[in-house]
Write a protein that binds this ligand. Structure first.
Ligand SMILES: [Zn+2]
Length: 117
């Protein structure tokens, strides 16, 4: 009887949760986006000493900046599931205490770096 009681409770709880998610999809999406932006800023600020810009050319538009592997081993790291992409990557960086073989570069400089490597 207690088990059924708990089960009913957890079922209704689960349903309420689903309903909340359904009714607040936009709100949750924004919350997720905010979280992503926050940890991204945290990581960028770390590598740029709170002056977010490309390490090579100084370009400041954050949407054109990304984390670059100094040793060009990004593909290796992703392929071997050492870290993921996007938010997972930022979380990984923080958890790993900001590895020092990373830097912030703009897309132009990354492309140039890759083509001369
Ligand atoms: Zn640059």
């Amino acid at each position: 009887m207690y088990v059924i009681g708990r089960k009913q409770e957890s079922d209704s709880h689960r349903r309420a949760n689903l309903k909340y998610k359904r009714n607040n999809r936009e709100k949750l999406r924004l919350k997720d986006k905010e979280y992503r932006e926050r940890i991204k800023l945290k990581v960028y600020n770390h590598y740029t000493h709170n002056d977010i810009k490309c390490k090579i050319c100084g370009f400041k538009e954050i949407h054109a900046l990304s984390i670059d592997h100094i040793n060009n081993n990004g593909a290796y790291m992703r392929k071997n599931k050492i870290h993921g992409l996007g938010r997972d990557f930022y979380v990984w960086i923080i958890k790993n205490n900001y590895p020092d073989d990373l830097q912030v570069l703009c897309m132009n400089c990354q492309f140039i770096k890759r083509s001369v490597a």
